[in-house]
Design a protein around this ligand. Structure first.
Ligand SMILES: *[C@@H]1O[C@H](CO)[C@@H](O)[C@H](O)[C@H]1NC(C)=O
Ligand SMILES: *[C@@H]1O[C@H](CO)[C@@H](O)[C@H](O)[C@H]1NC(C)=O
Ligand SMILES: *[C@@H]1O[C@H](CO)[C@@H](O)[C@H](O)[C@H]1NC(C)=O
Ligand SMILES: *[C@@H]1O[C@H](CO)[C@@H](O)[C@H](O)[C@H]1NC(C)=O
Ligand SMILES: *[C@@H]1O[C@H](CO)[C@@H](O)[C@H](O)[C@H]1NC(C)=O
Ligand SMILES: *[C@@H]1O[C@H](CO)[C@@H](O)[C@H](O)[C@H]1NC(C)=O
Length: 477
């Protein structure tokens, strides 16, 4: 008896400690292996010694400073991330002080100096300096110390991307600013120890783009850049070329038009060179509003590449797993529950919707209206649930909005399970006739008697609901 109890205790503790994420879930709240929300915004990723290292901006609700540090995470499977600490922390009264801008960090190793170099966009609070910064460390995880801050090739630099080619050379990717004579996007080669910019390699004249990143497939370079619309997402562009110095192709769009790249902005790329295939993961930031920047999410999706015609596309998947040994991606099936098969109260009603599954949607969920979807099969463990919806608030190309209001760029729904406490669900603008989804972590009872009730937060209008899709358990068994 005694033995049995302590064995049970050990088992429970063991299961807790071993909870490993199975999936990469675009747009979900991602947690590190300590259970804290991953704060690695506008990040960069570096592969070293069997692990990926992800550096990104720290944005936390309790850290209102402009610059509160760059966080570093490591992973050997891309789904479970260990927090390695702050790579770079603010140093008061310096060019990396709490009131300065330190954004879009990327890390690269210099064989020449045997140091890791952390690059970033460096600026003052009104973005008037337009510089780049480099900090160094003998250890990829840091801590890094500032080496220098400069205007590359003597000119302005806005945003920052970094690409290391297969021949070892590295390139800074940036824009030359918003002045009338600027609006260009630049690829510039770094010096041999990766501490400065040495030579202009290519200029995309007058495209006025930002947030550059490059993926190389062995045959073609693909450069991704967004339009300049602040935290509001837009349709991200890409160009391709057989040589980094060009000629580069005309531009195209990486995601289906109108989805605003599934509400995200380019930031970095991951190459998984597996034994069966090489998978290229396009990585974007799904920014929230300036009022709750900390709740910005990550949107990583594998690319469908056709080098013959220079095509790189991402398509929507609620979640996927990747075997980093083989490079193979798998997309699990979920179980779909249509909103029009549910029950609604108040002003809510079902209407036709050509873009929806079942060609129906439930709209006008506001005031005290509710939508309830029943007979949901659950496992009794946390599961990913994707809520497909329509929110056409931000029409006409790039959506409207000012910062400082968490109801701009999205509506909010509440989702309660089996009559329990409600979770809030951000429902970003989708554009008219475009159906997108947002994931939630939900624990149902085991069995098929579960129900979900959706309403507008505080009586505000929730998005129209097309369907929910219930996937398997979040964690490995
Ligand atoms: C940032 O730098 C620019 C250029 O020197 C300057 O005009 C601007 O006033 C500075 N902004 C702040 C907030 O110091
Ligand atoms: C690098 O930092 C890690 C902690 O992040 C530490 O375990 C390791 O010993 C350090 N390596 C060196 C060479 O300092
Ligand atoms: C890097 O190389 C440049 C010359 O290209 C040199 O001036 C500089 O001192 C070197 N920096 C480091 C940290 O070794
Ligand atoms: C993938 O790895 C193999 C073996 O290490 C190497 O030969 C090949 O160049 C790599 N491919 C890419 C695209 O990095
Ligand atoms: C999912 O929800 C459970 C229960 O609230 C929580 O313990 C867990 O940390 C969550 N997992 C993720 C990945 O959000
Ligand atoms: C709901 O509205 C009340 C009254 O306006 C407000 O105090 C509260 O913060 C709101 N709750 C949320 C979650 O927005």
């Amino acid at each position: 008896m005694r033995f049995g109890l302590s064995a049970l205790f050990l088992l429970v503790v063991g299961v807790q400690a071993a909870r490993r994420n199975k999936y990469i879930v675009p747009g979900a709240e991602w947690r590190d292996t300590d259970g804290n929300i991953i704060s690695g915004h506008a990040g960069g990723i570096t592969f070293h010694d069997g692990k990926w290292y992800w550096v990104g901006q720290n944005e936390r609700p309790d850290r209102p400073e402009l610059f509160s540090g760059l966080n570093l995470y490591s992973s050997s499977d891309l789904a479970n991330w260990d927090f390695e600490g702050q790579a770079l922390s603010p140093v008061p009264d310096t060019l990396i002080g709490p009131g300065t801008v330190v954004e879009r960090p990327k890390i690269i190793y210099s064989e020449e100096t045997q140091l890791w170099n952390l690059w970033f966009h460096s600026d003052n609070s009104s973005y008037g300096l337009l510089r780049q910064g480099v900090a160094t460390s003998p250890n990829i995880t840091g801590p890094y110390e500032l080496l220098q801050i400069f205007n590359p090739l003597g000119g302005p630099s806005q945003d920052f991307g970094l690409f290391q080619d297969v021949d070892g050379s590295a390139y800074a990717l940036y824009s030359n600013g918003d002045a009338d004579e600027s609006h260009d996007n630049i690829i510039a080669r770094l010096n041999s120890n990766f501490t400065n910019v040495e030579e202009l390699v290519y200029t995309f004249f007058d495209f006025d783009l930002e947030a550059p990143s490059i993926l190389y497939t062995g045959r073609r370079y693909y450069i991704f850049m967004s339009h300049k619309t602040g935290y509001r997402p837009n349709d991200v562009n890409y160009f391709s070329a057989e040589k980094i110095a060009g000629p580069w192709s005309i531009q195209s769009y990486v995601a289906p038009l109108g989805t605003r790249t599934f509400n995200s902005q380019s930031t970095m790329g991951i190459t998984v060179n597996g034994t069966e295939k090489t998978t290229y993961i396009w990585c974007g930031d799904q920014w929230s509003t300036a009022a709750d920047l900390w709740d910005s999410r990550y949107l990583w999706l594998p690319g469908n590449v056709n080098d013959d015609i220079g095509e790189f596309k991402i398509e929507w998947h609620d979640l996927y797993s990747i075997d980093v040994k083989t490079g193979v991606v798998s997309y699990p099936e979920g179980k779909t529950y249509e909103a029009e098969d549910g029950q609604w109260t108040g002003s809510a009603s079902a209407t036709v919707c050509p873009a929806c599954s079942g060609n129906k949607i439930v709209k006008d969920i506001q005031g005290d209206a509710t939508l309830t979807i029943s007979n949901i099969v659950g496992t009794g463990q946390p599961q990913w649930v994707s809520v497909y919806y329509h929110n056409p608030d931000g029409l006409f190309g790039n959506n409207r909005g000012v910062s400082g209001n968490r109801f701009v760029l999205n509506r909010w729904a509440t989702v309660s399970v089996n009559g329990g406490a409600a979770q809030q669900l951000r429902q970003r603008d989708t554009n008219a006739g475009i159906i997108l989804s947002m994931p939630l972590n939900i624990t149902f009872n085991e069995g098929s008697d579960n129900f979900i009730t959706i309403s507008g937060l505080n009586g505000t209008k929730a998005s129209d609901i097309d369907r929910i899709v219930v996937y398997g358990n979040i964690y490995e068994d």
